[in-house]
Structure formats: C-alpha cells, structure tokens
Design a binder for this molecule. Sequence first.
Ligand SMILES: *Cc1c(COP(=O)(O)O)cnc(C)c1O
Length: 368
Amino acid sequence: MSIPYLSFEKINTDVRSELTPAFEKIIDSKWYILGESVKSFEQSYALFNKTQYCIGVANGLDALILSLKVLKIGQGDEVIVPSNTYIATWLAVSSVGATPIPVEPRINTYNINPDLIEEKITPHTKAIMPVHLYGQACEMDALMRIAHKHCLYVIEDNAQSQGATYNGKLTGSFGNINATSYYPGKNLGAYGDGGAITTDDTDLDKRARMLRNYGSEKKYYNIEKGMNSRLDELQAALLSVKLKHLNLWNEERKRLAAIYDQELKGISDLILPVTAVNATHVYHIYSIRTSRRNELQEYLNSKEIGTLIHYPVPPHLQNAYYELGYNKGAFPNAELIAETCLSLPLYPGLQESDMHEIINNIKYFFKQ
Ligand SMILES: *Cc1c(COP(=O)(O)O)cnc(C)c1O
C-alpha cells in the first residue's frame, strides 16, 4: 500500500459540493478579472488574518516583489533574509535590484535567529524579511524590536504559515506589508497559482492595488510602471470556499504532527521539529532531521512512502546566486539543514493507520 507525500483527496471532498455553484456564479457574472469574487475573498482573508487590507495577486513570489516595490525598495538596498528558505524569498529581493543579506536560523526551530540580525545591519539595510518556515511563526517580538530600533521595514513571507501565531497574533499581521501564497500545496491552496498581500496601512494598500494592475488606478492612465499580477475570479471563489475550512484543516495538521512527535521521540539520530516558546506551528511541513537522511528516504521510498526534502540546496549555494560569491561553509546551519532534513507525509485526511505504517518503518530503519 503506497502513501503519497501529499494528497488533496479530503480537502477536495470537503469543498467539492460548494465549488460548482461558486464557479457558475462567476461564469454567469461575465466579469473574470478584478470583480466581486476577488473583492469578497480579499475581505474574508483580511478578516481571517486580522489585518485591515488584503490584496489578491497572481502568486506568492509576486506578493513578495510587490511588497518590496510598494515600499520603494530597490537598487542599492539590502534586505535581511533567512539563509534557509525557499528560493522565492531571495528571488523577490533580487528582482527589485536589492541584495539579499542572509542570516542563519536557529538550529532547533529552523527560523531566523534574531540574535544574529543586528550585526548584519548596514546603512543600506531597508527591511527584514522573516519567513515563518514550515508553518512555524518566527520570534516576532525580538524581530519587531530590532526593526523599530533601526527604522527598518518588516515584510513577512507568510507563504507557509497561514493561521500560525506568535504571542496570539497571526503571522502576516506583524509586518508593514506581508506576502502569502496560495500555491496548491500550501495550507490554503488554489487550483493554480495565487497569492496575496496583507497590510494595515491605507497608503500601502492603495499602492499595492495600483502596482498589481499595471500601475493604474483609472483604466489606461498609468501612474507608475506596474505589473500585471492579479488573483483571478475563479481562484478567488475557490479560496473563499476553502478559507472556511482552514482552521479545521490546520487543527488536523497539528493533531497529526503530535502523533509523529509522540511516536518518534527517543530515537537517537532522529531530530524532531521544535516549536519556540510563544509560537504556534501549523505544520505546512513536518520536517525531521537525521545524518542518515538519504538512506532513510530511499528506505521509505522502497516501502512506497513518499517524502520530500525542503530544501536540498540552500539559496547561497544555488547556481542562480553564483554572483554573490558564497562558498560551502558560509552558512553552516542552512547547509546542515539541507543535508539532513526530510519531510514526512502530513495533510488533512492522512489516516492514522497510514501514519503508524510510516512510524513503524522509521523505527525499523533506525534499528538496523
Ligand atoms: C511557496 C513559497 C513562496 C512562493 O509562492 P508561489 O506562489 O509559489 O510564488 C515564497 N516563499 C515561501 C517560503 C514559499 O514556501
């Protein structure tokens, strides 16, 4: 019996009956871009995320790029990013002509270590871009304190952590302007690409709406060189339906993660995820670490258990960032995580019997 890394089976079943009427409404509206469906989803997501505004865009990378553009960050500026993240975080900074300045994560939570940020701040630093990696909130109190002290913007990369909190406050509501992704596999995923920006600032909201739509507020009158980056009506309708289930799906993810935590603890050479004090984790990814990672992945694969590696190569060692001149050893924590991490299946609908098969296979592997 095979167990996939990810399955949309239950999520689709939960929403299927609501989708046809939602899609038909849009077909019949005869208005397919920036209509009522996007507007309504933006309001619902802002309400969910407890921010004043939400601006739907084409994908998570664009949400990050637009956030930087809205703040007029560009050529010559520096933005602090984690050394271990999906490459999109770095790409957004490079796309606007700014330089990503990597800061190492804590080795137990995998989130950016606030104690290492200040030494990287220069007169060129404009913003800190924390990533709530794998679904766990970063240490936002310490981070916001540093940002205020040095007059830096904060742009949260909230792609993996919709619904997570730090001290009870939702990720995506701390920064001046924040980005999220509705890539299908994210905790709130579309049937295609999608993303959003969240902010409490009226002026930033206005600029984001202008820049996502060709730099225009009035059709055919262009204030700035903007982008075409809009969430479409069909994805917005789907996301509105799914959003109503998100808290329950996140609760299920937490419940399943607790089973892994309980059953896998005590195996030597197996490191389980750690949640920081005051943070919550919505387990977009359940990532374990072991020095025998490749061997374990192969073994599970031979038992038809799907796993993934998030991520095998840290951004500073990617060919795409050759020009920054970082060598192996430049960011040891990011490199160690890349060499040892393995993501186990975890999604709403994952059966406990399947989890026990995964757990038993892992236990058996470590007995060898
Ligand atoms: C998925 C992801 C993005 C990019 O989102 P897309 O919608 O794929 O463009 C950015 N940052 C992180 C941390 C992500 O996981």
